[in-house]
Design a protein around this ligand. Sequence first.
Ligand code: COI
Length: 361
Amino acid sequence: MAPAISSSTTLHSREEAKEMEQVEIDWENLGFGLTPTDYMYIMKCNKGDEFSEGHIVPYGNIELSPASVVLNYGQGLFEGLKAYRREDGKLILFRPDQNASRLQIGAERMCMPSPSVNQFIDAVKETVLANKRWIPPSGKGSLYIRPLLIGTGSSLGISPAPEYTFIIYASPVNKYFKEGSAPLSLYVEDEFDRASRGGVGCVKSITNYGQALRPLTRAKSRGFSDVLFLDSVTGKYIEEASAANVFVVKDKKICTAPTKGTILPGVTRSSIIEIARDHGYEVEERMVEIQELLSADEAFCTGTAVVVAPIGSVTYQGKRVEYEAGDNLVYKKLLSTYTGIQKGEIEDKKGWIVEINQSSS
Ligand code: COI
């Protein structure tokens, strides 16, 4: 049975919504807040079955049993990807297959069935087209797409849910940090950990983010942009920020933590590694000591929401280290190639861009 929906938005009929080219919102001041759109996608399946047929429904609340496994035991994953409106009017996605496969890997870890890669991509496309009028004008941001895979069936004891729901909703967004494109100040967290050995840090489990709330809130209340977590075994190696992977540059060599267990394999992370190697940089995926970050020439974060953001300072055990600004920073070259491919200004030789066919809308 589909969840009951109570829509809180002013909804036009699907046909009417499709006709309207664009909503009128203050695109200049769009940050990373939730702006509810017209529609969302829902697909359900029972334990032991496969996902088969999903639907676009009006955006709104879903009804859940208080005994659902996602609420009680955190059996849930999410994804994040963006749809862009190009200057020529084309709508594109960036490497949606990577999000689909990461969801499948995460689903296996969390004992959940998952949509196939094609089902995932088709569902994302349908969601984007249904909410087309919410995609920001070219250069003003993107439509952030949030797929969720959750155990909606009930269980009192700890066991995988008897029923699963795959939902996709979307929101127009622009810059993730209030700093905009200005360098970030990171607080190195040495009390709370993000992920532990053998845990779920390497998949996009909803539980990875709830536990970041306290350190993140504390860091923000002290004026920092974000926290940087350390490894939970020795506290010596950098892991990632609350919503982004972290890169360190020293003598033109780029290093980032390896995706072995506690690090999320970010789609932006892997794209930036590839772009950096194409530019001739040596990139090492290895454990990076906090001391290396403190003595680096440059550092930056990557993530779908964050994109590629420079780090301006890092504070660790009361000591603040600042990085030099300048036009020759490595991140600038990588960011410009990355966005150039997305905007269609640089040829997509890698097949990363997926165009959404608007005639099927
Ligand atoms: C993303 O970059 O899509 C994320 O997962 C960030 C999110 C936690 C805000």
